[in-house]
Design a protein around this ligand. Structure first.
Ligand code: ADP
Ligand code: ASP
Ligand code: MG
Length: 403
């Protein structure tokens, strides 16, 4: 069997943990398997590097930031190969260049395009454990790129797909995918399995346990994932196409505080207004979510939408620039202390009443809803950020998701 095993930052947070991971990899290796290990930077190293960069130059270029961040993953793979070697198992560490993991040019948020597998196969055929840097790639200018925060999961899934691996295991600091972030809702329950579609919604809505692109890629290439703990041997959660369990009405609750809400008021009520507004934002790579347009009042209309908080400044500058020309609006307001709370479940497609039940739970908890959006398998509300934890608890309880 060819097994891809990915370990996150906490799992390789110190040298003792590196040895713990090395031993788990050796167990598989000694059973005759080919083992590819994907690692994140140790502990909070990526944040440490970002803080240092900010001190030196708050406006550092994205190219140089990526050059810096890739050193985090490089440190962990080299140490892991040394640990494996010291335990008597031949191993080799490879970075994105040495493997050749080709990405798009977007520094800080690149997408994997193609992975050369020749070098990895060569090393595996020589019975080495291959330890690969997560999170990084190279672009057509031969520069390092990174895949966005949490991107090592995507490296692992992409490698599993490219190598036609028999298993792809994501090891982290919790026992699997839970019905809510166990750090926010302590009564959250571990799911034994979840579908790609549900996991993709949860990951996109803030459940950071998996990078959302990793789930997208797993679905596209049919890579079955197991999410489990690196600290114990409990079974974890299988992420796959179809769940054999009865379609759960709601399988999980997700929260996301990285949100800002915009209200653009007093826009003319005529064709092309929404187009211009969102085209300006798209031109500046601002992703927009949760859009609502009001009914007409006094010949004008309002449009509200959300963006991720880190793009709020760019969005505001862009709108202000066009305010008196193509947009011609009366007022632009931005609210940063908001959060999204979502419920996700494949079962809601055929069961009415999920939204009402969620709203009732929020009403009972005295939490006001600022905005709502839905898809076939989710309901999302925007609320004041200070109520995030209370809202998640209340909704989780209303759907009886507890242990
Ligand atoms: P790693 O460094 O291993 O990639 P992450 O911090 O990226 O770990 O992801 C694991 C964290 O995801 C957990 O510690 C947990 O707080 C958080 N999390 C958020 N939502 C969920 C969920 N639904 N199930 C499990 N963990 C979740
Ligand atoms: N080290 C990177 C981060 O902290 C990538 C990852 O951990 O997946 O975002
Ligand atoms: Mg992660």
């Amino acid at each position: 069997m060819l097994i891809v095993k990915k370990f996150g930052g906490t799992s390789v947070g110190n040298t003792e943990r590196i040895f713990n991971v090395a031993k788990r990899c050796i167990e598989d290796y000694q059973k005759g398997n080919q083992v590819v290990v994907v690692l994140s930077a140790m502990g909070k190293q990526t944040d440490v590097l970002l803080d240092m960069a900010k001190e030196v130059n708050p406006k550092a270029s994205k190219r140089e930031l990526d050059m810096l961040l890739t050193t985090g993953e490089q440190t962990s793979v080299a140490l892991m190969a040394m640990a494996l070697d010291s335990l008597g198992v031949p191993a080799v560490s490879l970075n994105a260049f040495q493997v050749a993991m080709h990405t798009t040019t977007d520094y800080g948020n690149a997408r994997l395009k193609r992975i050369d597998t020749q070098r990895i196969h060569f090393e595996l055929d020589n019975r080495r454990i291959v330890v690969v840097t997560g999170f990084q790639g190279i672009n057509k200018y031969d520069d390092y790129t990174t895949l966005g925060r949490g991107g090592s999961d995507t490296t692992a899934v992409a490698l599993a797909a490219a190598l036609h691996a028999d298993a792809c295991e994501i090891y982290t600091d919790v026992d699997g995918v839970f019905t809510a972030d166990p750090r926010i809702v302590p009564s959250a329950r571990k799911l034994s399995e979840i579908t790609y579609d549900e996991m993709l919604e949860l990951a996109s809505l803030g459940a950071g346990v998996l990078h959302n692109r990793s789930v997208e890629m797993a679905k596209k290439h049919g890579v079955q994932l197991v999410v489990r703990s690196s600290l114990n041997t409990s079974e974890g959660t299988v992420v796959k196409e179809e769940s054999k369990m009865e379609k759960m009405l709601v399988s999980g609750v997700a929260t996301d505080k990285n949100v800002a809400q915009f209200a653009v008021e007093g826009l003319e009520n005529k064709p092309g207004v929404a187009f211009k507004l969102f085209q300006h934002l798209a031109n500046h790579q601002v992703n927009v979510d949760m859009i609502i347009q009001s009914v007409e009042h006094n010949g004008t209309q309002d449009i509200c939408f959300t963006v991720t908080e880190d793009m709020a400044e760019v969005a505001l500058e862009t709108l202000e620039r066009h305010r008196n020309t193509s947009l011609r609006c009366e007022k632009i307001t931005i609210t940063r202390d908001v959060a999204k709370v979502s419920v996700v479940g494949a079962g809601m497609m055929s069961n009415p009443g999920v939204a009402a039940k969620m709203f009732e739970a929020l009403y009972d908890a005295g939490i006001n809803i600022r905005q709502i959006s839905t898809s076939e398998i989710r309901v999302t509300v925007l609320i004041d950020e200070k109520y995030t934890e209370d809202a998640a608890q209340a909704v989780h309880e209303a759907f009886s998701l507890e242990k």
